[in-house]
Write a protein that binds this ligand. Structure first.
Ligand SMILES: Cc1cc2nc3c(=O)[nH]c(=O)nc-3n(C[C@H](O)[C@H](O)[C@H](O)COP(=O)(O)OP(=O)(O)OC[C@H]3O[C@@H](n4cnc5c(N)ncnc54)[C@H](O)[C@@H]3O)c2cc1C
Length: 395
């Protein structure tokens, strides 16, 4: 016979949002069962931030998030700020540092952040059940039943914190979206975010030699831009600038890349043509960017001549190739390599105060499963902490 357990709260998904929600609810005296199909809690925390968990961003604002309703995230972000999480990290005695742009990283491995959360769950008596593969979720009257082959958990409150499809090797699934649909809730279309672009055959051939090279650029798509590095890969483009802009890109959109965004290269080349006419163009260009980069951007153009041998229009064309490179990515590397999933459970269906579904009493959604996606730089964990905390307190 199946084991039956009745509890105050069942949370499905022991990732960042689920752990935080469990802590917040248990602090209010709730009996919490946290179920996960993985063999370990918080796997994405462990691999995050290159192993050092970029756990928040000091400058978190609602404008750092995408979603069809840009106002939805405001309430939770106001009620649980980066400084609330920093206070927890400080209380646990964990050292941290700002890398750049307000991005806070653990000085130690990401495991330190996960251990802090797991120890707090333990102190508060949260029961974490791993390797729990859910076969069904039903609601009868006011009670949810969450079953696998051997056990049934029953509870008046069910929190879905199962994230979304990015990085399936870490246990990511579309479970939360399917469950939302099962209960009649809308899900906005999903696509991979914070993900590298792939090149078509033409760009692949042109930039083949640059694999591993990083360049500071301004990158733009659909009136959104980021100033960061791009990284050429053997498949296309990655690096922080590309990951950022990928969340704003839809297939077929043109991407514009401007190298040396603070310099007017055309004006400088024309200037130098006057002051140093005998200087060879390739020598001059090398003072701005590595020759390998210049050669790829200016493929097929003779850069070996002295400056006085070029017309102004030719110098302008060369500057444009470097400062106004436009291409259409053939695609992205997909959910396999995406740090996040854009889109998700439609936030019109959810209370921004409690995270309860407006149509289904007792059913809550938090974290990445929702149509709220942060930019790169600690914003996604801050959303997981904030939504998890506010939901946990409301249970
Ligand atoms: C490589 C990588 C690096 C990242 N680095 C950062 C970073 O440094 N800073 C940052 O802010 N964000 C980072 N992110 C994004 C961040 O990890 C996520 O936004 C965040 O983990 C989302 O939290 P969540 O709790 O909603 O979902 P998750 O952390 O994905 O947790 C979901 C949990 O649900 C479980 N689950 C899924 N399906 C089922 C099911 N069917 N049954 C039971 N359990 C299930 C999973 O096993 C998992 O434990 C990174 C992501 C990746 C992939």
């Amino acid at each position: 016979m199946n084991k039956q357990q009745t509890t105050d709260v069942v949370i499905i998904g022991a990732g960042a949002a689920g752990l935080m929600c469990a802590i917040a609810a248990a602090e209010e005296g709730k009996q919490v069962h946290l179920l996960d199909h993985a063999n370990k809690a918080g796997k994405k925390i462990l691999i995050s931030g290159g192993g050092r968990c970029n756990f928040t961003n000091m400058y978190t604002e609602p404008s750092n998030y995408l979603g069809h309703n840009p106002h939805f995230c405001k309430s939770a972000l106001n009620r649980y700020t980066p400084w609330d999480f920093i206070a927890q990290v400080d209380k646990a005695g964990l050292p941290w540092h700002e890398k750049k742009l307000g991005q806070l990283f653990s000085d130690n491995k990401s495991q330190a952040i996960l251990t802090m959360l797991l120890e707090r769950c333990d102190q508060l008596g949260v029961t974490i059940v791993l390797d729990f593969s859910i076969s069904s979720v039903t609601k009868t009257g006011e009670t949810f039943s969450i079953s696998n082959a051997n056990a049934v958990y029953q509870s008046p409150s069910l929190v879905i914190a199962t994230g979304a499809m990015s990085f399936p090797t870490m246990g990511a699934t579309d479970f939360g979206h399917r469950l939302a649909k099962q209960f009649g809730l809308a899900v906005t279309p999903t696509y991979p975010g914070l993900v590298p672009f792939t090149f078509d055959a033409k760009e692949k051939a042109q930039f083949d030699g640059l694999s591993g090279t990083s360049v500071d650029v301004l990158i733009e798509v659909n009136n959104t831009s980021f100033r960061e590095n791009i990284l050429f890969t053997h498949k296309g483009l990655s690096g922080p600038a590309v990951l950022q802009i990928s969340s704003y890109w839809t297939p077929g959109d043109t991407v514009t890349v401007r190298c040396l965004p603070d310099t007017d290269i055309a004006a400088e080349l024309k200037d130098k043509q006057q002051s140093q006419p005998k200087k060879h163009l390739h020598k001059l260009l090398q003072s701005y960017l590595p020759l390998s980069v210049i050669q790829c951007f200016c493929e097929g153009i003779d850069l070996q001549k002295p400056l006085h041998n070029y017309k102004h229009t030719e110098l302008q064309a060369i500057a444009d190739l470097i400062q106004h490179w436009q291409f259409i990515p053939s695609g992205t590397e997909g959910y396999k390599k995406a740090e996040v999933t854009c889109g998700g459970v439609n936030t019109d269906e959810i209370s921004s105060k409690t995270f309860e579904a407006k149509k289904v009493k007792g059913l809550y959604f938090i974290g990445e499963v929702l149509d709220v996606t942060g930019q790169l730089g600690g914003f996604n964990f801050q959303w997981a902490w904030a939504s998890g905390f506010c939901c946990g307190k409301a249970l």
